[in-house]
Design a protein around this ligand. Structure first.
Ligand SMILES: *Cc1c(COP(=O)(O)O)cnc(C)c1O
Length: 397
């Protein structure tokens, strides 16, 4: 029998705060009731603040993040349209795969896993595309498989400098509500997020932000769509309703999530994630282990993928952590399977919870025989959190 809390250190689902659990402890309700819009309209509006948009719209679909990808492309593009993308991890790969299954012509740049969106390559291809065949540019803001964050603003800058009209689609499933993201300022046309990561909720909602430009593509977008059609959403959302039965229970959790994020303040949420992530990176360094992200410009503040030394299998660390210490770590996916384990550090989290994960990693690594000084990583994180405390308190004020 396992006692104590389950350690959840995967990059989604993340830890769910008590307030969100409690908010969902409600009787099921009539989603066509006359007062339902009193609940839904402010929620849709509040989510705009999380995406940092005033000019865009927010749609909520009862599905996981993958459905958000599908909504983005089917509402805006036609079969055979050219899309520019890059692959540097399992999630950026799957998004490209989805586009190809819908018959899009994807120019997918293969990038070394551990790096992110190749800005120079994007610029070169967009500059060469003088007759504007590229209809959309895809950016995976935070590649969860490798712990790599990319420069979305940099892609917008390139599009603007070249005066290129392509739509800008961003996968923000593991960045929104954890890492700085600005839909309007960065001119993002569709931002895709999901409930089970930065929103600290159970899986089950894709929450997406859509620009007016993307919505205007509807009439000419030839890809088949039904469930994800923005127009159906707009017609009913404007009145505070949904075209089909909404996941109302989850929406109550989402309300609590938005309230918590706003109460902490988004800038403070970002600063907290940076502080906790820096502690994890300090631990990896103290263990003498490399992380998958190839340089500081790629460091992710929501997930760190840590490479085990040659001759070891990262899955042994993950299995031992789970079976012996009731701690879930993220596995290496695809190209990095067996090479990395991932520590998720996003959502409802504090220093103590991060130290718990780091301590669990140390136990598991020691059990499988990876050489390091016990306490080195935990100690480095303690030192980091302690030394950084004053700066952080100032930032939080
Ligand atoms: C989790 C994740 C997804 C997939 O979302 P699902 O909710 O599993 O469908 C997509 N992209 C990124 C970057 C993710 O982290």
């Amino acid at each position: 029998m396992k006692t104590g809390y389950n350690g959840l250190a995967v990059p989604g689902p993340t830890n769910m705060p008590f307030q969100i659990r409690q908010a969902m402890e409600v009787a099921l309700q009539d989603h066509r009731a006359p007062d339902f819009p009193d609940f839904t309209l402010p929620l849709l509006d509040g989510l705009k603040d999380i995406f940092m948009t005033r000019t865009g719209r927010v749609f909520i679909y009862p599905c996981s993040g993958t459905g958000g990808w599908e909504a983005a492309i089917t509402n805006t593009l036609s079969e055979g349209d050219t899309v520019l993308a890059s692959i540097f991890g399992q999630f950026s790969l799957l998004w490209v795969d989805l586009c190809r299954r819908f018959g899009l012509d994807v120019d997918a740049i293969d990038v070394e896993w551990g790096k992110g969106v190749p800005l120079a390559e994007y610029r070169r291809r967009l500059a060469a595309d003088t007759d504007h065949q590229i209809k959309a540019v895809l950016v995976t803001h935070n590649e969860t498989a490798t712990g790599v964050t990319s420069d979305v603003a940099g892609v917008r800058k390139i599009l603007d400098e070249l005066n290129h009209p392509a739509l800008l689609f961003v996968d923000g499933v593991s960045s929104v509500a954890s890492i700085d993201f600005r839909m309007d300022e960065w001119g993002v046309d569709v931002i895709v997020s999901g409930s089970q990561k930065g929103f600290m909720m159970p899986t089950g909602l894709a929450v997406i932000g859509v620009s007016q430009k993307a919505i205007n593509m509807g009439p000419q977008a030839g890809l088949p769509r039904c469930y994800f059609d923005f127009q159906d959403m707009i017609k009913t959302n404007d009145q505070g309703y949904f075209p089909y039965t909404p996941a109302a229970t989850l929406l109550h959790g989402l309300r609590a999530s938005v309230d918590m994020l706003k109460e902490e303040g988004l800038q403070n949420v970002f600063a907290r994630h940076h502080r906790l992530a820096s502690g994890v990176r300090a631990a990896a360094e103290a263990w003498g282990l490399r992380i998958c992200a190839k340089g500081p410009e790629w460091h992710s503040d929501t997930v760190t993928a840590i490479l085990v030394p040659d001759g070891f299998d990262a899955n042994d660390v993950i299995r031992t952590a789970y079976h012996s210490y009731n701690l879930s770590l993220g596995a290496g996916l695809n190209k990095v399977a067996g090479k990395v384990f991932r520590i998720g550090h996003l959502g409802w989290l504090n220093e103590i919870m991060v130290l718990q994960s780091l301590g669990g990693v140390e136990l598991a690594m020691r059990d499988v025989g990876i050489p390091f000084e016990p306490g080195a990583g935990v100690g480095a994180a303690v030192r980091h959190f302690s030394d950084d405390a004053d700066a952080f308190r100032t930032a939080a004020e």
